[in-house]
Ligand binder design. Structure first.
Ligand code: F6R
Length: 261
């Protein structure tokens, strides 16, 4: 795992955006996996800025999002379709026909999940997958104790995640209990994962992900087995890490071609 620790979330977003640009510029038709929630917002703002200043184009990109709520149509302001349009897609030059999100309103959800997996394969797999992490260690909406072999499927949110996500709804009762999410095995097949985490609320999950045992009780810990993962943390999210100084030492001794900034 490559661990990059920055003083602030803003600095973290900047290095993450540089990694993003590096991957986009080295592939003729990059396939990107995207996340929603509060954490990637700074990254998306930085990508939009880079696009506006002519440094970055999405025109040859294909995107696949991690997840969507069951029962929220794309035009619902609380849906992840809406989130992605307003926080990234409408402000960059991505071709709308290359945007993919799980359909939480499909008549046959199980078939829609199988089709989503098939689509990812048709495009040759995901080059760069952006991830956040839940306070309980989830990635995508793969909650603790879910199978490491899981594929895109309908999952039930934990009570903790419903509480955490209630800030985006008028009433916690309105938070859907079901989501369609890429599975852990789907995420593990991506070529490079970029996980961002900020704030003390995430520190325990971050410690378990990086330094804990690989266990389904912290789904993100499976990333220890992924061939290429970059984790970008702010100081608060990193404060429980035992080997924090080592991660900084490693970064300080990188060769030029290993650096993003
Ligand atoms: C969202 C997703 C989730 C979030 C996680 C953290 O697409 O897959 O795993 O990344 O719940 O959410 P925030 O960033 O809001 O703390």
């Amino acid at each position: 795992m490559e661990i990059l620790i920055r003083d602030t979330p803003e600095e973290g977003a900047q290095v993450a955006a540089k990694l993003f640009k590096k991957i986009l510029s080295t592939r003729p038709q990059p396939v990107i996996g995207l996340a929603t929630g509060g954490t990637p917002l700074r990254l998306y703002r930085e990508l939009i800025r880079m696009h506006q200043s002519g440094e970055l184009s999405f025109k040859d990109c294909t995107s696949f999002n991690l997840d969507e709520y069951v029962g929220l149509p794309p035009e619902d302001e609380r849906s992840y379709h809406h989130y992605m349009r307003s926080n990234l897609f409408d402000q960059v030059d991505i071709d709308p026909s290359r945007i993919h999100l799980p359909d939480g309103c499909a008549g046959d959800l199980r078939q829609a999940c199988r089709d989503y997996e098939k689509k990812i394969k048709e495009f040759g797999g995901i080059d760069l997958q952006v991830l956040g992490i839940g306070a309980n260690g989830h990635i995508g909406f793969n909650e603790p104790t879910g199978s490491f072999a899981s594929r895109t499927w309908v999952k039930i949110l934990s009570e903790q995640t419903i509480k955490d996500n209630a800030i985006y709804f008028d009433d916690p009762e309105e938070v859907p209990r079901h989501v369609v999410t890429m599975g852990i095995a789907t995420v593990m097949e991506t070529r490079h994962c970029l996980l961002l985490a900020n704030g003390a609320k995430k520190a325990d999950a971050v410690r378990r992900m990086i330094e804990g045992p690989v266990s389904a009780s912290c789904p993100a810990s499976i990333l220890q087995m992924h061939k290429r993962v970059t984790i970008v943390l702010d100081e608060e999210a990193a404060y429980l890490l035992t080997f924090k100084d080592h991660y900084k030492w490693v970064e300080g001794n990188k060769l030029d071609w290993q650096k993003y900034d």
